[in-house]
Structures are given as C-alpha cells and as structure tokens.
Design a protein around this ligand. Structure first.
Ligand code: IVH
Length: 666
C-alpha cells in the first residue's frame, strides 16, 4: 500500500469511527485506537500535505481561524414556525387542515433548544454550514461546523444536498463549562442555547471544538429532488446518508397521538441530555404540505407547541452589588422570596450593567423569574403592565461599594472592575475561601465570623489569621464567643499550618486552581518554591493545565505582593511541601477517568473516589465521551444509560470488589 492509499484508508477508518461513536452511539474501536490512527494521519498530512483531504478528520480538532463571517444566501428561506401554547390551539391547527379537505398524519418531533443550521454537500462532500441569520441571508460557520463530530464530512451516497437541523450543547457540557467559569470568576453562560450560539460564533474553531457541540437534523428543503413523498421518509433518508436524526421522532395518526407525544415528553424532558422547549408538529405528506403552502412568515403545515415556561412572578426590591475575588462587580436582584421549581429564590444575578439596561429593569418592578438550566435563577423580564409609576430607574454605580475606588470597564468588555488590589471585599471573599473545607479546613471559621473579625480589624489579610492569638482576650469578650470556642478556633488555626501543600495552594485562590488542580500541582512539583519557579510553557506540559491557567499561575508568582505573602506565611511556619502519599499505580486505575454512580454496598462513594485518585485516576461526577469506566451500584439512574449509549466500559459491584481486593485495598 502506498502513502496516499494509507492516508485514504485512515480517513475512512476515522470517519467510520466518528459515525459509529457520535451518530449511532455504538463505538467499535477504543479511544486509544482512535487517537493512534488520528496521530498517524496527522503525521502523514504534515509530511505529505499534497495528499491531505480538505475535510480530513484531523480538522475536527479545530485550529482554523477566520477574520470575519462571510454571508451566505439561502436558496430557500429558512423559516421559523408559529408558536402555540395550548391544547386548543393544536386542535384548531388540525381542524383548519381538515377543513381544507385533508386527512393528515403528523410527525411529532422534539423542539431542540439550540441554533438552527443549514448544511450543504456536493457529491457527498461537505461544503458549507450556515446559520439562519435573518432567514434569507445567514453566516458561513463552516469552520466551526467541521468540528462537530456528528456532522458527516462525507455522505454515504455521493449526493448533492442541503439539510437543516439544530446545533445544540448537551446540558452536562454547559454545567461543566459553567463550573470552569465559576472557578475563573468569569460570567456564567445562561443556558444551552446561548452557549451554543456563542460557540458557533467564534472566529477560532478550536473554541467550538472544545464545546462538545452536537446536532439533530430534521428538515430536507428539497425532498422532491430525491423522490421522497413524506416527511418521515425524508428523516429516514437523511439518516441513511449518515446524519443524526432524533430517535424520538414519531409518526402519529391523529390529534390523540399528538397529545400523547406531548405529555410523554413533557415528563421525559428533564431526563434528556439536551434542552428542549417544546414539540414540533409537522404534516407528514409532502404533497399536502405543498398544497397548504406558506403565510408570509411561516409554513401552514407545521406548528411549534411551546412547553409552559417554568416562570413565576415576584418583586424586584433592590439591586445590590457584590465584588468578586478578581474585583469584578456583579449587580444582584434582591427579590421578594419566591419558590421556583421547588426551591426558594431571593437573589438572582443580573450579570452586568448592559444586561439590566437591555431588559429595562426598574427597582420596584414586578419581574418574572426562571431557573435557567435548572440551577441558576434568572430574571426574565419586567412586567410593564404592572408598573405603577412608583418604580425608580436603575443607575449603575461608579465607585466600588466596599472601598470607594473608581470602577473601571475594560475596553470591549461589559463588566466593571474595582481595580484596588487592597479592596477589603476582595479580601473577605478570599479569606473565607482560604479557611474553607477544601482549602485550609480551619474548623469553626464560617463566613459570619470572618466578617466580624474583618470588621473589628483583627483580620485584614491571610497572615493575620495566624496572628489571631494576639487578640485572644478581645475575642473572648465578644458576644457569642466563649473561651472554649476561641481556644478551639486558635487550635484549629495552629493545626492548619501542618497541612499538605495542595490545601495552601488551593486556599491562595489563584484563578482557575480548583482543589483537584492544586493536588495535581502539589504532587508534581512537591514544594511551593518549585512550582513558583515554573514558566507558563513548562506548566502547560502537564495534561489538564491549559494556557489560561498556566498564565494565571505564572502571573501569580511573578507578583511582588504575592511573593511577600508566601514569604510571610513561610515565616509563620506554614508547611510549603507536599505531604500526601505518593501515587500508587495500577493498570485498572492509573490515568483513567471514572464516574461512580448508584450505591455501592461495601464502600462509600467518597472513599472509592479517594482510592481511584490515590492511583492517579480521575473521578468525576458526569459521564462524557472522555470517561473510561463507569462504576455502577444500586439504583444508578441516567448515568448508566448514558454510559451504555456512549459504549463506555461498565464495572458492577463485584468487579470493583475484585479489583480492590487484588490491590489490597480491602
Ligand atoms: S422545523 C420549516 N423541527 O425551532 C420548518 N424546527 O420556530 C423549519 N427547531 O427555527 C423548522 N427543533 O431552529 C423544526 N424538530 C424541529 C426543531 C426545530 C428546533 C427550531 C428551529 C426553528 C424553530 C422554529
């Protein structure tokens, strides 16, 4: 076999693997094998660029950067659908069609809450992907679409075709992204749709490549070109070409079938791995669709039933400002307490000034509240019809609410910052973090106590914590603090000096260093000085340390104030070395990613995760394509289903038991 033939063969193997993994969810090769083939192809493409294919699987990892989005005209407009909100309106839709003399069957589909896309292929080869834009002219997002693994680059037949569908971000990916953003003190993404829209509008495709975007394809604009007679056949046809069509799509005979589908998925909605906001109902027969035609805006043969919004009304009593550890100012809505999806909401983030101005919120407004992504409460809008005239306009503050410094807005950004590095607000949050459970774990040091000590002037900086004994007499005089509790606290503070390096490292609050990363760094570099001497490039050699984090670490240790802080802590006798156990190794655990789900009868989950980590394995809470093994106990729930869908190795209790037994852990 010559080089070109081998490269073609590799492309074929990798595409087949992509299809099996991402479209069928039935992988036949392991991640390791996939990586091996991909690396071989990458090497050959570098050496023989003349044989590299334009749509090679190596392009899936991104790296293409465009300087602006090109416009693309849709040959057939990309329409949206009329929304309906009640059973009556669905019945009316059906009656209207029957009155026109038809006896329709319908296809019911999930209404995916993502961003619509049009995909073009010529002779079976991917050519372009475009957004809807204004319906007539969209934007070319091909560079990002290429990174979406479920979008085929070669079809199974050499047809020229346009298909349409939805790009979406799985719920779990959004949760992970937000967790990372929280650690980096970045504004949170509000929901899967916004996160998807933000990802596909990136000029650099390596960003989209990391966002785990996915697709459901649901529309064939030119069915007659392929001799297709019904919408359901069109879905089947698109599936046969290699597109990912939704297995929930259902052909129903009548209105009862529609209503049944709706109530079924209203119930299953939460257990789906992606967001849906309703059900789409389409006339199945394409001839019938043609005869029904279009209004100026919408097709007459389809509607979108929108699920009732999980929103409640309450009053916006005030907007207050908090200052984060990085100095970022966040406006927060102070609300009349209200229950949304089972939990009480009193506060909701308003993100930044622009967000409030765009929504036109006034203090005193009645506002609707929704829990986006089921966790973060969000103010949706002000109810203008409820205004009394007594509301007051929102005015953005100009000075830090805590230290009074003039706030600054960085160019091109929406957030205001307090630039005063000595701002107490930044310190209180940092101090509370320093003593918290996963950091220095100083028992009896809650937020309230820290605030009291801060206001009394006893603690202004981290070293002051270790000078607190000088205020012992003052402390016992304070209301609520007796001899015993003060002694206990001082003892816990003293004890914390002996902590292993990772706790101190996490406690310092270096942007992006969570407790797991702190442990990783401590384990590798062993001492604070060693870590402090590393350059960004050296740090990036570690798996799991990306450029932003590496830069944060380098910047942190380059800062003179931080150097002084570490010097002072050393003088105070804080341990600066890694004291944890050295990593053990085992083929079963080392370097692998695990998820433990359900109840394991012989051991708690925390303990299992500790053992995994002590062998250099990684324990995480959510199943993704990166997971190597899911350990399944009793009542495992959706994680087991997901693992099966993704073809991930599953260990049951007995297997786990025998592995742990062999390693002498039990
Ligand atoms: S069909 C002409 N099917 O909802 C028919 N749309 O307002 C075109 N959507 O813009 C759309 N899931 O972005 C269709 N199963 C589905 C859908 C779906 C989500 C979106 C799409 C469209 C909007 C309709």
């Amino acid at each position: 076999m010559n080089i070109k033939q081998r490269m073609d063969e590799l492309v074929e193997i990798l595409e087949k693997a992509n299809y099996e993994y991402y479209v069928l969810a039935e992988p036949t090769i392991t991640d390791q094998e996939f990586d091996k083939y991909l690396r071989e192809l990458e090497t050959l493409e570098k050496e023989y660029p003349e044989y590299a294919k334009k749509n090679s699987p190596t392009k899936r990892v991104g790296g293409m950067v465009i300087d602006k989005f090109q416009k693309l005209k849709h040959s057939i407009p990309m329409l949206s659908l009329p929304d309906v909100f009640s059973e009556e309106e669905i019945i009316e839709f059906d009656e209207r069609i029957r009155k026109s003399g038809f006896h329709p069957e319908y296809v019911c589909e999930l209404k995916i809450d993502g961003v619509s896309v049009s995909l073009h292929y010529e002779n079976g080869e991917f050519v372009t992907g475009a957004t809807r834009g204004d319906g007539t002219i969209g934007e070319d997002i091909s560079h990002n679409v290429k990174t979406i693994r479920s979008v085929p680059m070669h079809l199974r037949k050499p047809v020229s075709i346009e298909v349409r569908g939805e790009i979406y971000m799985p719920k779990e990916t959004l949760a992970k992204l937000n967790q990372e953003r929280l650690e980096l003190d970045m504004p949170l993404l509000q929901n899967c749709r916004n996160a998807t829209a933000g990802s596909i509008r990136q000029l650099d495709s390596s960003v989209a490549a990391k966002r785990n975007l996915n697709t459901w394809i649901y529309h064939l604009p030119n069915p007659e070109d392929y001799g297709i007679k019904t919408h359901f056949e069109a879905l089947e046809y698109m599936k046969s070409l290699g597109f990912k069509t939704n297995p929930c799509n259902r052909l129903v005979k009548d209105i009862d079938g529609i209503l049944h589908f709706i109530s079924e998925y209203q119930e299953k909605r939460d257990s789906l791995s992606y967001d849906i906001d309703g059900i789409v109902i389409k006339v199945n027969d394409l001839e019938m669709q043609k005869k029904l035609g279009f209004t100026s805006k919408y097709p007459r043969w389809a509607i979108a039933y929108k699920f009732p919004a999980l929103e409640v009304l309450t009053k916006l009593n005030d907007i207050i400002f908090t200052v984060g550890r990085t100095g970022r100012i966040t406006p927060n809505a102070v609300l009349d307490p209200v229950i949304v999806m089972g939990s009480t909401v009193k506060r909701a983030t308003l993100h930044n000034e622009d967000y409030i101005l765009e929504k036109g919120l006034k203090i005193g407004d009645t506002v609707s509240i929704r829990k986006a992504g089921d966790v973060i409460p969000e103010v949706v809008e002000a109810k203008l019809e409820r205004r009394t005239g007594n509301e007051t306009d929102f005015v953005m503050i100009t000075h830090c609410p805590i230290c009074g410094s003039l706030l600054q807005k960085k160019e091109g950004q929406v957030d205001h910052y307090c630039m005063n590095p000595k701002c107490p607000a930044r310190h209180i949050e940092g101090l509370v973090h320093f003593v918290s459970r996963h950091a220095m774990n100083i028992d009896g040091f809650g937020e309230k106590i820290m605030e009291d000590f801060f206001n009394l002037g006893f603690i202004k900086s981290i070293p002051d914590i270790y000078h607190l004994d000088q205020h012992k007499e003052d402390l016992v005089e304070l209301e609520g603090y007796g001899h015993k509790s003060v002694d206990n606290l001082l003892e816990a503070i003293e004890e914390s000096k002996k902590n292993s390096l990772e706790r101190l490292l996490f406690g310092l609050g270096i942007g992006g260093i969570g407790d797991k990363t702190a442990l990783l760094l401590a384990r590798i570099y062993k001492t604070m000085d060693e870590l402090a001497s590393k350059t960004k490039e050296e740090l990036m050699e570690i798996r799991d340390i990306g450029p932003i984090l590496a830069q944060n670490i380098e910047d942190y240790f380059a800062n003179v104030d931080n150097q002084t802080l570490i010097h002072n802590l050393k003088e105070l006798g804080l341990n600066m070395k890694f004291l944890g156990e050295e990593l053990k190794t085992s083929d079963d655990f080392t370097g692998k990613r695990f998820v433990v789900t359900g109840t394991i009868s012989f051991m708690g989950r925390d303990e299992i995760e500790k053992i995994i980590e002590s062998y250099g394995g990684h324990a995480s809470g959510s199943v993704s394509s990166k997971t190597d093994v899911v350990i399944v106990g009793e009542n495992p729930g959706s994680k087991e289903t997901k693992a099966k869908e993704l073809g991930i190795l599953i260990w049951d209790e007995e297997h786990l038991y025998s592995v742990l037994k062999d390693l002498g852990e039990i």
